[in-house]
Design a protein around this ligand. Structure first.
Ligand code: ADP
Length: 368
């Protein structure tokens, strides 16, 4: 059990690439923290610096309040699970699980005990322990890779995209198994993924990264409901948040979001910052589930309703995604599968303006 602290961590690779830029983070004992962001944003580099596989260019890393910058990986009491499993092909599953403990000269009985305990936790049968990795399915191999970390009883588990090589169905199953594992082991876990769904489902807290910089650190609901900037709003959620371009217009003491065919009244709790943006361009962010087909809207007030043209209808089973255009803006709406909107039709849609976000178009940062 351990807490992990990153203080102003940076990684500058040869040639001057700043892969990780001044990250500070406090990961609490037993917390499940997910680092998420697009490919190349510096997630793996951060994880590898925590593991001791990559030298730290600037800053300090503490594990259990002990500075580990100069502690070699093998002495950090950390276990890492990789995307490609990294199993030894010539060894049986049992030998793969036992190998790390043998190297550390654990007594044979203790090795046996720990291997069987890990196999039990992960549902690996006795028969499976005698097979070689190539005789296992992808999901089973990934379980063995996790097992190799479990037998070590490390202070901290690190996962680097561990589910990326599995098919979609297996990924969902392994995701649930990892949740159960965290609940059972009560260990600190740091998990890297580019998949925002994985991040939302697994993380107690999520660290969103972009271009080596932390954009926001928050629990899944806060991240979804209150994105700090345009990047987070667009990265978390599927389909992503809509961003509409327009200006802030003042009329008879009220404020409106305005662009050509769009005029939507802004709710009073947004007003304090609106006067600064009067007449200025802004981006309005709104999630696809916060816009309704007027036919299904409970309280369709005209000041929250606009007309849009249906470009594409995408049935998804339980719901339908409607891709719409109004003036210069395109956006997507999630409606129930009972909606009969058709391509090229003009549709009245109602915006839940209590769910609207406003971003500065220059900085991308939320206005509130
Ligand atoms: P992620 O895990 O988010 O995909 P990485 O941490 O692997 O991102 O990489 C971050 C950035 O650092 C990328 O631009 C990548 O090209 C660069 N990078 C990674 N490893 C090296 C290396 N060994 N030498 C130089 N640049 C690297």
């Amino acid at each position: 059990m351990a807490n992990v602290t990153l203080k102003n961590i940076s990684k500058i690779y040869k040639g001057g690439v700043r892969a990780v830029n001044n990250i500070s983070l406090e990961i609490k004992d037993r917390e499940f923290v997910v680092l998420v962001g697009p490919s190349g944003c510096g997630k793996s580099t951060t994880l590898r610096m925590i593991a001791g596989l990559e030298a730290i260019s600037e800053g300090e890393i503490f594990i259990d309040n002990i500075l580990v910058n100069d502690v070699p990986a093998k002495n950090r009491d950390i276990a890492m699970v990789f995307q490609n499993y990294a199993l030894y092909p010539h060894m049986t599953v049992y030998e793969n699980l036992a190998f790390g403990l043998k190297l550390r000269r654990y007594p044979r009985r203790e090795i046996e005990r720990r291997v069987h305990e890990a196999a039990e936790i992960l549902g690996l049968s006795l028969d499976m322990l005698q097979r070689r990795p190539k005789e296992l399915s992808g999901g089973e191999r990934q379980r063995v890779a996790v097992g190799r970390a479990i037998v070590r009883k490390p202070k901290v588990f690190l996962f680097d995209e561990p589910l990326s090589n599995l098919d979609a169905k297996l990924r969902v199953q392994m995701r649930m198994e990892l949740q159960k594992l965290h609940n059972r082991l009560q260990s600190t876990m740091i998990y890297v993924t580019h998949d925002q769904i994985e991040a939302l489902t697994l993380g107690d807290r999520i660290v969103v990264m972009h271009k080596g910089i932390v954009q926001q650190v928050a629990d899944p609901v806060s991240l979804y409901e209150r994105p700090y900037n345009r990047f987070v709003g667009g990265f978390i959620g599927s389909p992503p948040m809509n961003f509409l371009k327009g200006t802030i217009m003042a009329e008879n003491g009220d404020f409106y979001f305005y662009d050509k065919s769009i005029k939507l009244r802004i709710l009073p709790h947004y007003y304090p910052r609106m006067s600064t943006y009067k007449g200025q361009p802004v981006l309005m962010g709104i999630r696809p589930e916060d816009i309704y087909d007027k036919i299904f809207a409970q309280d369709a007030r005209p000041e929250f309703t606009i007309t849009a043209t249906v470009d594409v209808v995408e049935p998804m089973g339980a719901e339908i995604f409607l891709y719409l255009t109004s003036g210069n803006n395109n956006f997507v709406v999630r409606v129930s599968n009972q909606d009969t909107a058709a391509m090229n039709q003009d549709l009245q849609v109602v915006f839940d303006m209590s769910k609207a976000h406003f971003f500065d178009p220059q900085t991308g940062v939320t206005i509130f």
